[in-house]
Design a protein around this ligand. Structure first.
Ligand code: HEC
Length: 127
């Protein structure tokens, strides 16, 4: 009978160690949500929809902060941290641009943002 708590303790230690050692992973749907928000952003900029484009860009800025944090903790991924930060800053700029109706500049920034996705995938997305 007295062995059971000890076994349970050992088991929970093993589970905890496993969680610590496991390769960190990005939130399950983070990239898929980024993909959706990025598409939505492009069309809302094209439609000159201030409110919706602003919401998309804010959401992207928030998600790229998560990506940045992920790669910071993962370590040995300086370029990915930089690219995530650039993406976050571009998204934040787009928030300001669409709020003031500067849709042409916002389109240029959105193009740069999409290029940043591809750059990061080239180096960090293993297939
Ligand atoms: C800082 C690096 C980085 C940036 C910037 C980045 N990605 Fe990713 N992306 C990754 C990595 C790493 C993976 C593969 C890991 C995974 O699937 O969890 C990935 C996977 C994906 C996937 C596949 C997801 C799936 O479920 O298989 C999509 C879609 C995607 N990214 C879209 C985008 C879009 C759109 C952008 C830009 C708006 C972007 N990503 C920017 C690193 C990045």
């Amino acid at each position: 009978m007295r062995k059971v708590p000890i076994l349970l303790t050992l088991l929970s230690v093993a589970i905890a160690l496993n969680a610590v050692c496991a390769e960190p992973e990005m939130g399950m749907d983070l990239m898929q949500n980024i993909e959706d928000a990025n598409k939505s952003l492009s069309s809302n900029i094209a439609l000159a929809n201030k409110q919706a484009a602003g919401d998309d860009a804010k959401e992207l800025a928030r998600m790229f902060l998560e990506v940045e944090t992920f790669f910071t903790h993962k370590g040995d991924a300086t370029n990915a941290v930089d690219l995530a930060r650039q993406s976050r800053e571009l998204s934040a700029e787009i928030v300001q641009l669409v709020a003031t109706g500067k849709f042409e500049v916002a389109t240029d920034k959105a193009t740069t943002l999409s290029r940043t996705c591809r750059t990061c995938h080239t180096f960090y997305k293993k297939e």
